[in-house]
Every structure is written in structure tokens, then in C-alpha cells.
Design a protein around this ligand. Structure first.
Ligand SMILES: *Cc1c(COP(=O)(O)O)cnc(C)c1O
Length: 371
């Protein structure tokens, strides 16, 4: 399959991704590493990242829903797949037949799954989800103890783990982390010794709260190279860049308005280049004011409103040619535009910024072997 040429693209550095996974491994001791690849692997590309993570030896891949799990299976991913989201009645057949691991978050769902397993004469592998304070999905700890005891002796169920999710672990010192962790540990004491994976830590848990690592961790953002607080880490670095080729160059006289609404007025005669990326690709219109790009390692401001498919940049009296590479996110020379910078400007979390980049932008995967 040859790819149709497009003047803007996302570059994923798979070597750096591998280094991030290794760095996480070193920090979690012997705990298993489950990599969340939901929402198109945080915009990095579901199947390529799933396959790369498998090569790098992750123990499980986690997705939000059945659809994402099936896409990975169809691509030939062999590592166990865990569906984190609440399951729906008409998905149970597919969850069981595809041998997916999935979440049981209520007695009601457990009953539906049991019925489906009996009907098909099959077993299923599940993780019980416990709510310790996120108030999203999951049973109360007491319900979990009762359900665990019931399902444990039921031949339909192979209970692989029990898990919970933090609401505030991205804050280094938030006391509610301990409240949740204690509730989870108390549940563990009640369930007693059993060959189960107890897991709770997301990126914040992995990064700030080592006591939460337990038997398995589920860091998403951190694995893609972003620390939960935007701090710079010596080993864990972003593997995502957004680049484009300049599509137009012109000289604009002093006092002219640029783009819709003429919100940017040139202060003197200047050179304006056009970049073929817009909010239609997921490049936030909030970057219209304060956004910048790198050309030849130098930073230049976005000029005027970001359009659906393009935006303008004021390069002053500097040089740049049509077809030249521009960095919208990532490194250029010694300069860098980080996702955290965009996040601050757009007042959106890095998760949201990443998830906005859609299929119009091709994703190029780089490894040392190719470059
Ligand atoms: C998304 C998600 C994660 C990963 O969260 P990060 O903040 O990206 O590390 C882990 N566990 C569950 C249940 C999730 O929904």
C-alpha cells in the first residue's frame, strides 16, 4: 500500500517510545506493565503503537472498548487485551469469543456474562473493577468482596485481577490518593491471598506514588513520554511530533490584516508563510493567539486565526522557502515546542490535545533502523 503524499504529518519516534517503556519498567520493579492504547493510542495510532508495544514486551494492552480490541486482534496483536470500559449487553458474545479480558463492574453485568458463557460453553477472563473514589464505574469494595467470592467458584469465570482507578494521582501530594489506595488495600486484605493481579496506578500513580504500583501498572500518558505535571524527565521524553511543509510565501505590507476577522495586523512590511494544517486536523484554534512554530530551529508566531485547513506565520525578515519543513510540535534545532506548551495556550489537557489529531494527518513511524 503506497501512501498518498500529504504536506503535513505526525512523526512518532518508536525508539523513544521503547525507551519510555524501559524507563517505566525500571521504576515499577517486578510489576507487570499494561499499556493503555485507547483513543487511537492517545492520537499516536492504535495498531502501530499496539504492535510496537508488543515488540517492546509490554505484558498487556488496555483499550476503552470492544471496537478497539477487535482492531488490535485483526492486526495480529497477540499480547492479552484488556477492555477497561464498562461492557454492554450486546457485546458479551464478542468479548467472550475473542478471548478478551474485560471488566466486571457490577453484579448485574456478571450475571449477564455468566449467562452468555453458559450459552456458548465458554470461559471468560475478567478483572473486577472497584470504585474507591473516582465515582465513574466500578463496584463498591463490599460488593466486590461478595462478588469475588461468588465468581471465584464459578467455572465460567477466570478472575485475573481486581483494579481501581485514581481520581487525583496526577497531583504529586494529593491526600485523596492515599484514601483511595487504603480503600483498595483494605479490600485486598479482605479478599486474602489469591493469584490475582491488583492494579491501580495510572501515569500519576506510576510517577508520583510508587506505593501504588502493586502487581501491575497502567500508565498511558507517561508511556507516550509526557509527565503528569509537565516536568522534564531525564529519560521519559515525548515521541510525538507534528510537522508540515510550507505551502505558500508572500510579502505583506505594513498595516494589513491576516486571516479571518483580521485579528492580526502587520506592524511593518513582513514575510508571511502559510502552513497546511488547521483545526480540521486537530490543531486547536486557541493557538491563533500565542501559538508558534519552528522553522530552521527558530521560533515564529502564528499570525491571525487558525483556519480549518491552514494558518499563517509571520517570519519577519527571515528566510523560508515553500516546501521547507516546519515543526508545530516537537524539536527543531535546539528549540522545542512541547505538547504541554500547547496545552497551556489552549487551556486543554495534553490528553485532549492529542486526541484531537485525526486521520487526515498521516502518521510516520521512525526507528533508528530506518532513519
Ligand atoms: C485511561 C486510563 C488509564 C491511563 O491513564 P493515564 O493518565 O494516561 O496514565 C489507566 N486506567 C484506566 C482505567 C484508564 O481509563
Amino acid at each position: 500500500m503506497t501512501e498518498i503524499s500529504h504536506p503535513a504529518w505526525i512523526e512518532i519516534d518508536l525508539d523513544q517510545f521503547g525507551k519510555n517503556l524501559q524507563a517505566i519498567r525500571r521504576r515499577i520493579g517486578g510489576a507487570l506493565l499494561c499499556l493503555p492504547v485507547k483513543a487511537n493510542a492517545y492520537g499516536h495510532g492504535l495498531v502501530p503503537m499496539g504492535l510496537a508495544a508488543e515488540r517492546f514486551g509490554v505484558d498487556l494492552l488496555a483499550v476503552a472498548c470492544l471496537k478497539e480490541a477487535i482492531a488490535l486482534k485483526e492486526a495480529g496483536v497477540k499480547v492479552p487485551l484488556l477492555v477497561l470500559g464498562a461492557i454492554h449487553e450486546n457485546q458479551m458474545g464478542d468479548l467472550i469469543e475473542n478471548e478478551l479480558e474485560f471488566s466486571i463492574s457490577s453484579k448485574y453485568k456478571a450475571n449477564l456474562v455468566r449467562e452468555e458463557c453458559r450459552k456458548r460453553g465458554r470461559q471468560c477472563r475478567v478483572h473486577l473493577e472497584v470504585d474507591t473514589g473516582m465515582n465513574r464505574t466500578g463496584m463498591r469494595p463490599d460488593t466486590a468482596v461478595a462478588l469475588y467470592q461468588q465468581l471465584q467458584s464459578d467455572p465460567c469465570f477466570q478472575i485475573r485481577g481486581i483494579y481501581s482507578h485514581f481520581a487525583t494521582a496526577d497531583l504529586p501530594k494529593d491526600p485523596f490518593v492515599q484514601t483511595q489506595l487504603q480503600a483498595f488495600q483494605a479490600l485486598r486484605a479482605k479478599v486474602g491471598p489469591a493469584p490475582l493481579l491488583w492494579h491501580m496506578a495510572n501515569s500519576g500513580g506510576v510517577y508520583f506514588h510508587p506505593e501504588s504500583h502493586l502487581d501491575m501498572v497502567r500508565p498511558g500518558l507517561l508511556a507516550y513520554g509526557l509527565t503528569p505535571d509537565g516536568s522534564v524527565d531525564a529519560e521519559i521524553r515525548p515521541c510525538f511530533s507534528l510537522k508540515a511543509k510550507i505551502s505558500y510565501f508572500k510579502v505583506v505590507a505594513e498595516g494589513e490584516g491576516i486571516s479571518y476577522g483580521h485579528l492580526y495586523i502587520t506592524k511593518k512590511q513582513t514575510r508571511i508563510v502559510t502552513i497546511p494544517v488547521g483545526y480540521g486536523d486537530g490543531y486547536q484554534s486557541a493557538l491563533s493567539s500565542g501559538g508558534s512554530v519552528l522553522i530552521r530551529g527558530e521560533r515564529f508566531p502564528v499570525a491571525g486565526k487558525i483556519c480549518m485547513d491552514q494558518f499563517m506565520v509571520d517570519i519577519g525578515m527571515k528566510e523560508a522557502y515553500v516546501g521547507e519543513e516546519v515543526v508545530l510540535i516537537g524539536k527543531g534545532g535546539t528549540e522545542e515546542i512541547s505538547l504541554w506548551e500547547l496545552s497551556t495556550l489552549a487551556k486543554l489537557s495534553p490528553y485532549e490535545i492529542l486526541c484531537q489529531f485525526n486521520e487526515r494527518l498521516p502518521r510516520h513511524y521512525r526507528t533508528g533502523a530506518i532513519v
